[in-house]
Design a protein around this ligand. Structure first.
Ligand code: ZN
Length: 321
């Protein structure tokens, strides 16, 4: 059994070819041309799938596709995505087009949802019954394993933890989705950067301010470097990030009582700086039961989206042969 996992990102596409034992045969960053439009884009992915089908002609091939945005997982349609480079993509029937071009009906789901499955299979070895995976980056996504199965909700949108509200929806900070007060507006990279700029204004002599001034191309890891040097302003940015993330996770735990939370994505690399304040928020909850035995861990695997897409495709094919 071969699984092809396709992780459609904002800037490039990652592809993984694996078998049911988790062995990876191919791992590629596909050169894709977004400028030629959505049709050409999917044709490129289909060509790759057809090439792999020929190469592994003696085996059954399943395909999983993770797409950023609002995905109808049952019909394999990308309903809406604000971040893809195609202006005219809404209700994009990815599954039908790929089926027409390759003969394989792919499992299409939200990218963070499939990343959650990747973490569950590859990182946790299916340890845990109810698991939340939060992907921390520009966007804040989430995926859930409930009773050891991927939970996608009634419409395929389950796990949008980034757009749950943790602040005033009229006056809170603006989120990329257009609403105010979302968790993502506080702990997504844009929200973190906003607090960095406020900190720079408040403490222009700080190490953080000097580094921001010196390095024109601002990246979040700069804040970690400043924190490592002991800069109080940088430490405070991470401390606040942990506090806000803690509120979001506490709300989630009170709702779903998961046994494990995995923080993935680029920002999770700064966990040593934000984890203490995050844990404090969880410890301060009045109802302590969901938090007492909660495992809170980080995953640094940057390829978990593509791996998850491949492994979920195999899982689906084995469950529904
Ligand atoms: Zn939002």
């Amino acid at each position: 059994m071969i699984g092809i996992g396709v992780d459609i990102g904002g800037t490039f596409v990652k592809v993984f070819v694996m078998n049911e034992h988790g062995e990876i045969f191919r791992q590629e960053k596909m050169e894709t041309d977004y400028s030629k439009g959505p049709k050409f884009f999917l044709q490129q992915i289909a060509d790759y799938i057809n090439k792999i089908q020929k190469e592994f002609a003696d085996q059954r091939v399943a395909v999983g596709i993770g797409a950023p945005g609002d995905v109808d997982n049952k019909k394999g349609i990308l309903r809406y995505n604000p971040n893809l480079k195609f202006k005219d993509v809404s209700d994009w029937p990815i599954a039908r087009i790929i089926k027409d071009l390759t003969g394989i009906t792919p499992s299409v789901a939200n990218d963070a949802t499939l990343a959650a499955w990747g973490v569950y299979e590859k990182e946790l070895n299916r340890q845990g019954t109810n698991v939340l995976v939060v992907t921390l980056g520009t966007g804040v996504g989430g995926g859930m394993i409930v009773n050891r199965e991927l939970f996608q909700g009634s419409n395929g949108t389950a796990g949008e933890i980034g757009h749950t509200k943790i602040a005033d929806v009229h006056n809170g900070p603006l989120c990329g989705c257009g609403a105010r007060g979302c968790l993502e507006a506080f702990v997504g990279t844009i929200g973190i950067k906003r607090r960095v700029m406020e900190a720079v204004m408040d403490a222009p002599e700080s190490e953080l301010a000097k580094m921001v001034e010196a390095e024109k191309d601002f990246k979040i890891e700069l804040v970690s470097r400043a924190a490592k040097k002991g800069c109080p302003a940088a430490k405070k940015v991470w401390e606040d990030t942990g506090f806000y993330l803690g509120i979001g996770l506490a709300n989630f735990c009170l709702m779903l009582d998961v046994d494990t939370i995995v923080l993935a994505g680029g920002v999770s690399g700064a966990s040593e700086y934000f984890m203490p304040s995050l844990r404090r928020v969880l410890e301060q909850q009045q109802i302590q039961t969901p938090f007492k035995k909660l495992k809170l861990i980080t995953s640094s695997n940057p390829n978990i989206g593509g791996i998850g897409a491949a492994m979920y495709a195999i899982h689906q094919a084995l469950v529904h042969p």
